[in-house]
Design a protein around this ligand. Sequence first.
Ligand code: SF4
Length: 326
Amino acid sequence: MVCTVPEPQSPLPSLRVLIAAPRGFCAGVDRAIQIVELALERFGAPVYVRHEIVHNRFVVDRLRELGAVFVDELDEVPDDRPVVFSAHGVPKSVPAAAQTRGLTYVDATCPLVSKVHRQAQRLIEDDHYILFIGHAGHPEVIGTFGQVPTGSISLVETVEDAERISVPAGANLAFLTQTTLSVDDTAQVVDALKTRFPTIRAPRSEDICYATSNRQAAVKAIAAECDRLLVIGAPNSSNSLRLAEVAERLGVPARLIERASDIDWAWLGQPTTLGLTAGASAPEVLVREVVDALRSRFEVTEEIADHTPERMIFKLPRELLPDRAA
Ligand code: SF4
C-alpha cells in the first residue's frame, strides 16, 4: 500500500499560523461544563447528563472520566441520581418529566438559548405564529419547539423555505432564530421573510449569540491573509461548521477537524499562512495540540489576530454554589 501522507521535510518549511480571536469556549459552554463539574462535587459520581453537554468529544470524554454518564433520554436515569440538561436546551416536557419522577435535575441550558425560549413563549401568549430559522434536528431547535404548542411554530432553514412556507391564514407572524447560525445566511432568510410578510414581527434583539457572531467576524478578519484555514470543532457543532463555511465563501479552503490527528497533511500542503480557529465548544488545549502538530512539520511563527475581546460570564445555578451546598 502506498502512503500518501507527505513526510516532514528537512529543514522544515516556514509557516505563519494566524490564530483567530475570539475562538473556542464561549460563556455558555464554560458554564455548562462547570455545572457538570460542580454537580459531581456536590452529589458525587455518577451524575447523569442528558445528551452531550456540549458538542465536543474531548470535553465529553473528560467529564465521563470524572464520573458523568451521558444518556439520550431521561428514562435511562436512575431515580436516585441527579441529571444535568445540556447547554442546547430541552423541550419543556423534559424538566416536567424529571419533576414528576422526583429527580434532582440541573438545567445547563445557555442563558442565551433560554432567552429565545422565553421569547417564543411570549409570542404565543401574544397570539403569534412563529417562523423559526434554524437547522432541522439540532437539539436547540428541538428544545425551542418544545417550549410552545404543536402547530404554533414552523421551521425555516433556507431562503427557498422562506419563499414557499405556508402559514395559517390571517396569523400574526413573528420570527426567531437559532443562536448558532451563519450571520450572513440568516440575514438573507430574514430579508426573504420580510419581503414576503412585511408585517412579520422581528425579535427585539439579535438571537444569533455574541459568541457565534464574534467567531465568524474573527474568521472574516483574517481570511484575506490565509491560504488555508483549520477549524477545530465537532462535525455536529453548528457554530463550528459555520466558521468553515465563512472561510470557504471568502475563497479560503477550510477544513473542520476534531483534533490534531485529523489534519490532512496532503490537503494542507505548504501554505504561507494558515488560519486557525476553534468553535465555541472546543477547548484551547486542542488549539495548542494542533499548533504542536504543525511544529513537527513546519518552522511555525504564531500570531494572534485579536478581533473582538470578550468578557461575557454567565452566573452558575445557585443550588450548585458552595455556600448553598447542604
Ligand atoms: S454558542 Fe452562544 S448560545 Fe451556544 S452556548 Fe455559546 S454563548 Fe450560548
